[in-house]
Structure formats: structure tokens, C-alpha cells
Design a protein around this ligand. Structure first.
Ligand SMILES: Cc1ncc(COP(=O)(O)O)c(C=O)c1O
Length: 291
């Protein structure tokens, strides 16, 4: 939308506008796709980037771990999770792929996805996550089952029964958006997860839009896997997201990129954190910022 369509600019809106880099000639309404980061945060990120470039060895080798731990603690408080269950990933797409690809791995103590298994999702699932689900299903010969959740919808119960009706003895995983991308539904996760946990079926939640939009308490939710973006409604720099993996599932979830953490002898940190905290050289400043 261009500004000739916009409401009059007041002093207050001019002030708020000045805090962001968004083009003032455009009324930018789509915060949901990629978020927008305030100038003050970008400046703070630049300070961190300058430190990194001034002394890369000191930054990556000495300082980064503490920065990640401090940011992780702040994130854990915000999303109601144990620090031990949180890993940083660059985006929710990576979080979803990480879990789905891990479920195919031959890891001791876990039966990987196999031919005949069913992976359940809904007709509201975000296209990229649905593609990841289709890809993994094709790789192992599993079937993607789609629950048709009506839209518009009258009640949470309609969503719950549409999803539970599609559960079978072959269902291995349910992939749900927390807030659906195209239709803005907030799925009733708590009763769904309670019911599915009782049937020993794990849930992977794509919560790309949830952090900063609705309150979260991941530990209370009892979910096995949850990924969320910080660069959408939390207004973090782009490339800031997290993957929550409940502690009993961490042994079988590996990052998409295997690096030094896989054979680290360090006894002071979990394999989960060692592996996810280093997946090769990248710019870690989007998720190592904290106040
Ligand atoms: C439900 C859902 N999942 C995943 C994504 C992808 O987010 P990202 O590109 O940050 O991975 C989006 C983006 O809008 C989304 O709406």
C-alpha cells in the first residue's frame, strides 16, 4: 500500500515509524512473513558483529558460548522451557526439517520412520513444512495423512475431532502449526497433545508465528518438539529461531549439519547443546543478542 491510501500521520505514529528501517513511503502491513527489526536492535547486533570481526578467535572460541547461554536463559524464561531443551536454529523451517530428518535416522533405542507409517497433519499446514513432511514420507515409504479442519470454524472441538479422527494405529507423528499461516487459526494444542501423548504419538509443533504473538509455556504443554521464530513477532534480527526438544527425545534429534559436537569429549555440556551450538561458521549474532 502506498501512503496516499494511508491514515493521516500523527506525531506518535511518526515517532514509532522512526524506530524502524521500513521504507516510510510504504505502509508495510505484512509483518508475518519475515518480521521487521527495530533500528536499536540492529545497532546492537552491529556492535556484536564488530566484536566478532575484530577478534574472530576470541569471539567464537571464548565469548560465544556465554552469549548463547545467556540468550538461551532469557528465551527459556520467555517461552516457559527448561534451558536444557532449547537449541538455536536459524529459522522454523530448519527446526521442522531437523526433527523430521532425525526421525529417519537409525539411532539406538528408537525405531526410525518406516514404510507403512503415517504422518498426520492438517489442510492448514504451512507449505514449506508440508513439503518437508512429504519429502521424509517419500524417503521412507510412509504416508502423509491430512486432517481437514474446516474454515471458517465454529469451535476448538471441531479442530480437535477432525485431527483425532485421522489418528490410526500407524500414526507415528502429528505435525501441527500453532498459528496457521494462511488462515490465522490458533490450534488448541494442549488438549490435542494431552490426547496424543496418551496414545504415545509425538507432536511436532511449527510455532513460527507464536513467540511474541501469544503466551507460551512449552514445558507445561508437554510437547515433544516445538520450533518457533524470534525474527517474526519478537522482532529479532533475521535468522533467530529455536528448536525445543523435550529431554527424553534429545538422544535421537541431531542437527541437519554434523560438526565438532558429535565427538566432543566435554563432560560439562549436553551433546544436544554441543551439537546445535556449533554447526559450522556462520553469523550467530541474531540469536546471541540479549539485554
Ligand atoms: C507456519 C509457518 N511455518 C514456518 C514458516 C517459515 O518461517 P521461516 O522462513 O522463518 O523458516 C512460516 C512463515 O511464514 C509459517 O507461517
Amino acid at each position: 500500500m502506498t501512503n496516499h491510501d494511508s491514515p493521516p500521520i500523527t506525531q506518535a505514529s511518526q515517532h514509532w515509524r522512526s524506530l524502524w528501517s521500513l521504507d516510510p513511503t510504504v505502509t508495510f502491513l505484512n509483518h508475518g512473513s519475515f518480521g521487521a527489526c527495530p533500528i536499536a536492535i540492529l545497532e546492537k547486533q552491529q556492535v556484536l558483529r564488530s566484536k566478532l570481526e575484530a577478534e574472530p578467535l576470541q569471539f567464537f572460541g571464548v565469548e560465544l558460548e556465554d552469549l548463547l547461554d545467556t540468550a538461551r536463559q532469557a528465551l527459556a524464561n520467555f517461552v516457559g522451557a527448561e534451558v536444557a531443551s532449547l537449541a538455536f536454529v536459524p529459522n522454523a523451517t530448519t527446526g521442522v526439517n531437523t526433527v523430521l530428518r532425525s526421525l529417519c535416522l537409525p539411532i539406538s533405542g528408537f525405531t526410525p520412520l518406516q514404510a507403512g507409517d503415517e504422518l498426520l497433519t492438517t489442510n492448514h499446514e504451512y507449505n514449506a513444512s508440508r513439503n518437508a513432511l512429504n519429502f521424509v514420507a517419500q524417503c521412507v515409504g510412509a504416508t502423509v495423512v491430512v486432517a481437514e479442519v474446516p474454515f471458517p470454524i465454529d469451535s476448538s472441538e471441531q479442530a480437535i475431532s477432525a485431527i483425532l479422527d485421522k489418528v490410526s494405529a500407524k500414526t507415528r507423528l502429528v505435525l501441527l502449526d500453532h498459528i496457521t499461516s494462511q488462515t490465522s487459526l490458533v490450534f488448541p494444542l494442549k488438549p490435542l497433545i494431552n490426547e496424543l501423548n496418551q496414545r504415545n504419538i509425538d507432536v511436532l509443533v511449527d510455532g513460527a508465528h507464536a513467540p511474541g504473538m501469544i503466551p507460551l509455556n512449552l514445558a507445561e504443554l508437554g510437547v515433544a518438539y516445538y520450533t518457533g521464530n524470534c525474527h517474526k513477532w519478537l522482532c529479532s534480527p533475521k535468522g533467530a529461531a529455536f528448536l525445543y526438544v523435550r529431554e527424553d527425545k534429545q538422544f535421537m534429534i541431531r542437527p541437519l549439519v554434523i560438526s565438532h559436537g558429535a565427538n566432543s569429549p566435554r563432560p560439562d555440556r549436553s551433546r544436544f547443546h554441543l551439537e546445535f551450538d556449533w554447526t559450522g561458521t556462520t553469523d550467530p549474532t541474531p540469536y546471541s543478542l540479549h539485554s
